[in-house]
Ligand binder design. Structure first.
Ligand code: ITT
Length: 200
């Protein structure tokens, strides 16, 4: 048993956990656990229409179920030419990452490069049982490419082209992705609030 304050990563997405742990690892005063350590806790409902609403619901759900301070991430891909889709439905757009990518590419089939702008959005919420303590949002701007490339990251990363780096998110190392990503930005904004909440 350690005396360090504990933070629960309120997600069952192993890719998110890896990225968040990589960034939080540098802040050694906090013990990080994730939802995989609580297999009997039911999955939260994602019924909200905004990233922030879903993030708050997930953080409150896990905080109530475990008694811990919980950090949730609700994120997704917002494509301008698709009216913001897949948006909050990003994880449910098709059954697998490959099919989700194929669906977005198909829907953008006739759309020229100049109109393929998109962004990843990450809303984070920090909650104690019964109370949202803080919320942040991070975004990264890019363009949807016409074919997938790269093996890093997860989800839609192989088709997300970051103009400033002239590379797909899936072509970056985890440290490079975290430096520019929606998740990295949301977490860096959240860090002082996490430390304050945990007195770490
Ligand atoms: P939890 O609710 O347990 O956190 P989830 O995967 O269902 O896991 P979301 O509802 O927030 O999480 O859906 C996020 C989806 O958005 C994710 O499954 C990907 O399809 C996409 N996404 C989010 N961040 C991404 C990233 O960094 N790179 C690529 N795709 C991402």
């Amino acid at each position: 048993m350690s005396d360090m304050p504990k933070l629960l990563l309120a997600t069952r997405n192993a890719h998110k956990v890896r990225e968040l742990r990589d960034m939080l690892g540098a802040h050694g005063a906090i013990e990080v656990v994730d939802a995989a350590a609580f297999p009997t806790v039911a999955d939260p409902e994602e019924t909200e229409e905004t990233f922030l609403g879903n993030a708050a619901a997930k953080a409150l759900h896990y905080a109530a179920a475990t008694g811990l301070t919980a950090l949730a991430d609700d994120s997704g891909l917002v494509v301008d030419a698709l009216g913001g889709r897949p948006g909050v439905y990003s994880s449910r757009y098709a059954p697998t990452d490959t099919e989700r990518i194929a669906r977005v590419l198909k829907e953008l089939d006739q759309v020229p490069p100049a109109r393929r702008s998109a962004r990843f959005v990450c809303a984070m919420a920090l909650a104690a049982p019964g109370k949202v303590l803080a919320a942040t949002i991070g975004t990264v701007e890019g363009q949807i490419a016409d074919t997938p490339r790269g093996t890093g990251g997860f989800g839609y990363d192989p088709i997300f082209h970051v103009g400033s780096l002239d590379r797909r998110l899936a072509e970056l190392s985890m440290a490079e992705k975290n430096a520019v990503s929606h998740r990295g930005r949301a977490l860096r904004a959240m860090l002082p609030l996490i430390r304050a909440a945990l007195r770490a």
